[in-house]
Design a protein around this ligand. Structure first.
Ligand SMILES: *[C@@H]1O[C@H](CO)[C@@H](O)[C@H](O)[C@H]1NC(C)=O
Ligand SMILES: *[C@@H]1O[C@H](CO)[C@@H](O)[C@H](O)[C@H]1NC(C)=O
Ligand SMILES: *[C@@H]1O[C@H](CO)[C@@H](O)[C@H](O)[C@H]1NC(C)=O
Ligand SMILES: *[C@@H]1O[C@H](CO)[C@@H](O)[C@H](O)[C@H]1NC(C)=O
Length: 451
C-alpha cells in the first residue's frame, strides 16, 4: 500500500473551516498535472440523423467541431426494420446501414465509433423472441456475427471501430435469458469477432449497473471472462443516476474485481452517462469531473425515442424553423472543449454532490464546477497558485462565467460573464465560494495574474 504524506499546508487546506453556508468543498491542485486534456467526455450515443449509407450533413459542422466531439455509439436501434432476429437479412440490413451512416458521420469528424451488436440482432426492447444460444444452439448467432464482420469489411468500417458485445445485458429488456447464457455468448462472440477481425477492439460488458465488487453479475462475468481468456480490450459500463453511484466509487470496485479474478488493466468506456434528469450543465460538470479524474472515455446517454433518437446529438442541439440550434448544455461542452493544455488533480466534495474539472495552459487556469441535482453552496479550494507564476500570497484575477439551462429545446447563448474580481489568497491557496442560481446552473472560473 502506498502511503501519502500530507504537507502541513495541505492539511490546513483540507481541514480549514468551511464558509458559513457551504455544504462541502472540492479541491483543485494546480501544481499537479495529470496529463494532456483530451475532452474524454465529449461523446454521445446515437444522435446522428441517418442518411442512407452516407454521412449526414444536416447538422452544421461547427456545432460538432466546437464541442470537440470524439466518440459515438450506435447500431440502428428503433427504426422500422426490426433486426436479424425478427426477419434475417431483410430486417438486419437497414439497421446495419443506419450504423454505417452514423459511422461515416462520426469518422468525418475524426471520432471513434462503438458498434452496438444487440441493435443489429434486434434486442433493443420489445419482444425479440430469440437470443443467441437459445437451446444451446449457437449456429444462428455465428451466422449473424459472420454477416456483421463481412459487412464491416466490405464497407471499410474497421478504422476507429470498437465492437460492443451487448448493451445492458443485466436488464431483461435487452437480454431476456439467463446470466449464464449471456456469459457463454460473451465468450463465444469475443472469440468469433477476434477470429474474423483480429485487430478490432472489443468492449464489454456494458452493464446498466455500474461496476460493483459485491454485484453477483459482475463477479460471475469477471470469473468467466478470465477463465475463458476472453477479457475485452476495453472495460465498459453505464453510470446513469446517483443510485449507480459515480466513478469515485465504482473504479475502486472494478480494481477490486480485477484483483480477485486476475483481470488486467484496460482502458474504460463509460459508454452511457447521465439520466435524463441529469442532463443539464451542473450535472454534466459533475460527470466530466468524475470521468476526467479516472481517464474514462464518456458518452452521453440519449433519451430520445424513435426518430428523435437518431438526431439532435443526444439533446445538445434542437431544431427551430428547420435549423439546428445549440442549447445550454451545448454551451457547457463548448467551454469544456476550450479547456486545453494540462489537466490538473482534483477531488470531489465528500458528499459526492459537487465536483470540478480543471486545466492549466500557460499561466491561466480554467475550472468548471457543478452540483449533482442539489442547489447548495460549495467551495472550490484551489492550491498551487504559484504554478501560474504567481507569488505564494497576494491577489489573483478570477473571471467567472455562468452556464444557464432552459431545457433541451431552448437556445441559450454564450456563457454569461458575471465579472472579473481580484481575490486575495495566501499560503499559495485560494477559496472560491460557489452559490448556484439553480440545481442546473454550472460555473467556470478563470484564474490568471492581475492585469
Ligand atoms: C446525404 O448524403 C448525400 C451523399 O453524400 C449528400 O449529398 C446529402 O447532402 C446528405 N444529406 C443529408 C441530409 O445529410
Ligand atoms: C440450430 O440452429 C440452426 C439455425 O437456426 C438450425 O438450422 C439447426 O437445425 C439447429 N440445430 C439443432 C440441433 O436444432
Ligand atoms: C484500441 O485499443 C488500443 C489499445 O488500448 C488503443 O490504443 C486504440 O486507440 C483503440 N482503438 C479504438 C478505436 O478504440
Ligand atoms: C467459460 O465461460 C463459461 C460461460 O460462463 C463458463 O461456464 C465456464 O466455466 C468458463 N470457463 C472457465 C475456464 O472459466
Amino acid at each position: 500500500m502506498k502511503t501519502i504524506t500530507l504537507t502541513p499546508f495541505l492539511i490546513s487546506l483540507l481541514t480549514s473551516p468551511l464558509s458559513t453556508n457551504a455544504a462541502g468543498f472540492a479541491t483543485v491542485d494546480l501544481s499537479k498535472s495529470t496529463g494532456a486534456a483530451q475532452f474524454k467526455a465529449s461523446g454521445f450515443i446515437y444522435g446522428w440523423p441517418d442518411n442512407g449509407t452516407n454521412a449526414a450533413t444536416g447538422i452544421a459542422g461547427n456545432l460538432v467541431r466546437d464541442i470537440k466531439f470524439n466518440a459515438n455509439r450506435a447500431g440502428g436501434a428503433q427504426i422500422s426494420a426490426g433486426g436479424w432476429a425478427r426477419g434475417g437479412l431483410a430486417q438486419y440490413t437497414p439497421r446495419f446501414n443506419s450504423a454505417l451512416s452514423n459511422y461515416k458521420t462520426t469518422r468525418m469528424y475524426g471520432g471513434d465509433f462503438i458498434l452496438l451488436v444487440h441493435d443489429m440482432w434486434g434486442a433493443d426492447g420489445g419482444n425479440v423472441g430469440k437470443f443467441p444460444g437459445d437451446n444451446d444452439n449457437w449456429t444462428e448467432m455465428e451466422n449473424f456475427i459472420k454477416q456483421v464482420c463481412k459487412d464491416l469489411r466490405a464497407n471499410n468500417m474497421l478504422e476507429g471501430l470498437v465492437i460492443d458485445l451487448w448493451n445492458e445485458p443485466d436488464l431483461t429488456m435487452f437480454w431476456a435469458k439467463s446470466w449464464e447464457q449471456f456469459l457463454s455468448y460473451s465468450a463465444r462472440a469475443y472469440k468469433l469477432f477476434k477470429q474474423e477481425l483480429p485487430t478490432t477492439n472489443i468492449s464489454g460488458p456494458s452493464m446498466a449497473h455500474s461496476a460493483g465488487k459485491n454485484d453477483k453479475n459482475w463477479q460471475a462475468w469477471a470469473r468467466s471472462m478470465a477463465g475463458n481468456k476472453t477479457i475485452p480490450d476495453i472495460y465498459s459500463w453505464h453510470q446513469i443516476g446517483d443510485w449507480e453511484r459515480e466513478p469515485d466509487s465504482t473504479i475502486p470496485d472494478l480494481k477490486s474485481l480485477q484483483k480477485t479474478y486476475g483481470l488486467p488493466d484496460r482502458p474504460i468506456d463509460i459508454n452511457e452517462y447521465a439520466s435524463k434528469g441529469e442532463q443539464n450543465p451542473a450535472n454534466s460538470v459533475f460527470y466530466i469531473g468524475q470521468l476526467e479524474r479516472w481517464n474514462l472515455r464518456g458518452l452521453r446517454s440519449n433519451w430520445g425515442g424513435g426518430s428523435a433518437l437518431h438526431d439532435f446529438m443526444a439533446n445538445l442541439v434542437f431544431k427551430k424553423s428547420g435549423t439546428y440550434q445549440p442549447n445550454g448544455e451545448w454551451q457547457l461542452y463548448k467551454y469544456y472543449a476550450g479547456m486545453t493544455g494540462e489537466k490538473v488533480a482534483t477531488t470531489a466534495a465528500t458528499d459526492r454532490k459537487f465536483d470540478v474539472f480543471a486545466t492549466k495552459s500557460g499561466n491561466v487556469a480554467k475550472i468548471i464546477a457543478g452540483t449533482r441535482t442539489v442547489k447548495a453552496q460549495y467551495e472550490v479550494r484551489v492550491s498551487g497558485l504559484s504554478s501560474l507564476g504567481l507569488e505564494k500570497s497576494g491577489k489573483v484575477s478570477v473571471k467567472t462565467y455562468r452556464f444557464d439551462w432552459s431545457g433541451d429545446s431552448t437556445q441559450v447563448g454564450a456563457p454569461v460573464d458575471i465579472g472579473t474580481k481580484d481575490m486575495t489568497y495566501s499560503n499559495d491557496a485560494l477559496t472560491i465560494l460557489m452559490d448556484p442560481a439553480t440545481i442546473s446552473t454550472a460555473y467556470a472560473y478563470e484564474l490568471s495574474a492581475r492585469k
